[in-house]
Design a protein around this ligand. Structure first.
Ligand code: 13P
Length: 252
C-alpha cells in the first residue's frame, strides 16, 4: 500500500479582508518555498479566493473554498456554485463543517448533495464529521460519525470517491483550546477508516486521507501526526498567522 501523503489544510473561516488575505498568502509562499512531500491547502473566504489564487499559483499551496451550493446556476441569491469555485482557482472545497451544520442548516442530506456537486465539477471535497461534547459523553460518538459518513457518502461508487478527504473535527475541540488526545484522535480515525473499508473496500480505506481538526497548534501537531491513522490536520485559528501555519506545515 502506498504511503498516504500528509495534508495540512488551513480553514480561515470568516477572517481576513482581501488585502489581509493577499499579505498572508504572500508571506506563506515565501515561508513554505522549500516544502516537499506534503500537500498544503488554504481556504480563504470567497471574496479573497481569486486574488489568493494568483499569488499561490506557482507554489506548493493549493486553494480551497469553505462551502458551495449544489446547483449549477440559477436564482439562488447569495450562493456560490462549484464551477464558480473552479474558475476562481479552487482545487478543494470543505463540506459539512460543523459551523455550517450548526448555524446554517447544513445536514447529512445537503452535505451529500454538496459532495456530489463538488465531485461533478472536479473539486476535491473535504467532508467534515464530528460529534458534540454531549454526544461523546453519552457514548454516541461512533453512531453519530457512522451516520454522518454513511449519509454524506450515500450513493457514491468507489471510483467517485477516490480523491475525497475526510476531516474528523470533534465539536468540543474546535476553537476551545481543548485538543483531542492523540489516543482519542487515533481511535476515531481508525473507526472511520474501518467504516470506509466496510462500505467501499480496502483500496479506498487504505488510500483515503483522514485529517484531524480542533485546536491543532505547533506544539501538538507532531504527536497527532505520529498516529498511524492521522494523515493530516484541518487547522482553524492557528492557520491565520503565516509563521504559525508554516510551523504546522513543517512539523516533524
Ligand atoms: P480551530 O483550529 O480554531 O480549533 O478550528 C478547527 C476547525 O474548525 C478547522 O476547520
Amino acid at each position: 500500500m502506498e504511503k498516504r501523503k500528509p495534508f495540512i489544510a488551513g480553514n480561515w473561516k470568516m477572517f481576513k479582508t482581501i488585502s489581509e488575505a493577499i499579505e498572508t498568502s504572500e508571506q506563506l509562499v515565501k515561508l513554505l518555498s522549500g516544502t516537499i512531500g506534503k500537500d498544503v491547502m488554504i481556504a480563504p473566504p470567497f471574496t479573497a479566493l481569486y486574488s489568493v489564487s494568483g499569488i499561490i499559483r506557482e507554489s506548493c499551496i493549493s486553494l480551497g473554498a469553505q462551502n458551495l451550493f449544489w446547483e449549477k446556476e440559477g436564482a439562488y441569491t447569495g450562493e456560490i456554485s462549484p464551477a464558480m469555485l473552479g474558475s476562481a482557482g479552487c482545487k478543494y472545497v470543505i463540506i459539512g463543517h460543523s459551523e455550517r451544520r450548526q448555524y446554517f442548516g447544513d445536514n447529512d442530506e445537503t452535505v451529500n448533495k454538496k459532495v456530489r456537486a463538488a465531485l461533478e465539477a472536479g473539486l476535491i471535497p473535504i467532508l467534515c464529521v464530528g460529534e458534540s461534547e454531549k454526544e461523546r459523553e453519552s457514548n454516541y460518538t461512533f453512531s453519530v460519525l457512522d451516520k454522518q459518513v454513511k449519509k454524506g457518502l450515500e450513493g457514491f461508487s468507489l471510483d467517485d470517491l477516490k480523491t475525497i478527504v475526510i476531516a474528523y473535527e470533534p465539536l468540543w475541540a474546535i476553537g476551545t483550546g481543548k485538543t483531542a488526545t492523540k489516543e482519542q484522535a487515533q481511535e476515531v480515525h481508525l473507526f472511520l477508516r474501518s467504516l470506509i473499508e466496510k462500505e467501499f473496500g480496502d483500496k479506498l480505506s487504505g488510500s483515503i486521507r483522514i485529517l484531524y481538526g480542533g485546536s491543532v497548534k505547533p506544539d501538538n501537531i507532531s504527536e497527532l501526526m505520529a498516529m498511524p491513522d492521522v494523515d493530516g490536520a484541518l487547522v482553524g485559528g492557528a492557520s491565520l498567522n503565516p509563521d504559525t501555519f508554516s510551523k504546522l506545515v513543517n512539523y516533524n
